[in-house]
Design a protein around this ligand. Sequence first.
Ligand code: SF4
Length: 494
Amino acid sequence: MNVLYHNDVTLRERVAECLQDDFKHKAIETAQEVFYAKRGALVEEMGEGWQELRLRATEIRNHVTENLDYYVKLFAENAEANGYIMHYAPTDQDALADVIDIFEKHQAQTTVKSKSMMTEEVGLNEVLEEAGYTVVETDCAECILQKAESKPSHIVVPALHFDRDAICDIFTEKCGYEGTSVPEELTHFLRRYLRPEFLNADIGIRGCNFAVAATGSPTLITNEGNGRMVDSVPKVQIIFVGIDRIVPDLQSLDVMEALVPRSAVGSKMTAYFSVDSGPAHADEVDGPVEAHIILMDNGRSRILKTEFEPMFRCMRCGACLNICPVYRHITGHGYGSIYPGPMGVVMTPNLVGYDEIDTMVFACSLCGACSDHCPATIPLHDLIRAHRIEIVDEGKNHSNEVPVFKLLRKMWSDVGFYKFAMSAGGPMMRLFADSSKGALTVNSTWMPVVKGWTSTRDFDVLSKDRFRTWFKNHKPLAAETPVQENQGTEGGDA
Ligand code: SF4
């Protein structure tokens, strides 16, 4: 099973399960509405400046993508000059092997981690735990997920699907917590609980929001202090950097930093924003003595020079999830990928290929709200549609679709057949309809193709009175009541 995408059950089965979960829906509804309102207020406050910032970010990200070789090399050279040990990982397996090598070299036993979607992407925790190492997630949400053995349901707020009572139960059962579900009490407990873990850890592992090429600096944008503890307490540090995380210089970073917190959670800035510059120097007390950067591709470069290249602009802000009506209903877990929502629907097939996914790319209404919201102006809904076209072109769509669409094509392109289908359709549907509702209902779920619709809503039967008949029998209004010339001037100024 792929760790990035879980295709052990179908999209339909996942969605059916998620639709039963009222708590998740309420949590997502509330989160989307809060983020929407907060982001909207900040965007309004910036006026035209917001669109200018989006376009500037688009230009910067496009420029890096078009010159990726140059910027990867520049970042790596400057990071090495800062004292980082660079590792190049074309695949997830290469990245995992690099991490295991570092653990073996230092005879490490335990690691503390801060939130990193890239380590989720490669299944790092599972691999380290199987190899006998202890992994401690120190981001509050990630720690909850680890204790609950659950997966992230959002790329920015991964434990969205647990409320304070559920978190209280998890901490009570797994961590010996004895307090109430008051958030402050829970977070104070977590702070005390994690402190010895930081002090005892051999290695700190974290991700990177942006990598500044001109200064060789990996950055970290976070609202919790755990990121800096992971950065500075363990003597060895490993930073996962995607090749799509690079920005040219600190001025470009400033543009991204203005966009990400506003887009992600509707705040002007995050509590912590770190720009790192290598391991501790000889005269410094804090910081790792050895720091590694794993620069990972894992399928990203496959989309260069394709229509999916705009995904290189993605900043992982989660704004497209926060506005998506499909995400709101099927929840993050409905997609089956660690990258859910519109960005996940575009990105997951790019990373794992069409053979691995089932019907994930069809979990979209193509409404385009995500594209309007994306701070990097990625045309997400167009890219989702492009995936669908490729899936059909490669003959990987559902086998039932082919005869259905052939029939529809025949119907729409042949006048005689169209007329016959329209006149026969109504009586045929009425044969199977629920007469009290005049519609195909849940009782019609035995019918192939139709059941996908009628299992959740009614399908009205075609009207007996057809428009064509009405149109043929109808006399044009103009012929019945001719318009009087000059009628509007009577009694007027003229
Ligand atoms: S696609 Fe756009 S909105 Fe979605 S996470 Fe990426 S940058 Fe944010």
